[in-house]
Structures are given as C-alpha cells and as structure tokens.
Design a protein around this ligand. Structure first.
Ligand code: ZN
Length: 52
C-alpha cells in the first residue's frame, strides 16, 4: 500500500480520505509519463505561443 497525502493539511496517510479534513487524499507521486500528459503539454505550449 502506498502513502497518500491530503492536499488541504498536507498530512500523510494510508487512507483514501484525510481523518482531519475528511477530504480525499491524493497520490503524491503520480506516474510522470503518459501519452495524455504529453499531449496536454504540447497543447499547452501551443496555446502559450498563440497567446503571445
Ligand atoms: Zn487533511
């Protein structure tokens, strides 16, 4: 089981939700490379270029 983190109070927990805030916790180490992410990055770069 992996450690998860609460974005609200930054408490680390194994649970799906934070015991303090009752908020959903996130995986602090998501996989870095995925086809979708690469597409998103390119789209963002393209948008920045056109924005200026
Ligand atoms: Zn919390």
């Amino acid at each position: 089981m992996k450690m998860r983190r609460c974005e609200s109070c930054e408490t680390y927990t194994f649970k799906q939700s934070c015991a303090k805030c009752n908020r959903e916790t996130i995986n602090p180490n998501p996989p870095k490379y995925s086809p979708e992410d690469r597409y998103g990055k390119w789209r963002r770069m393209s948008m920045d270029e056109h924005g200026n």
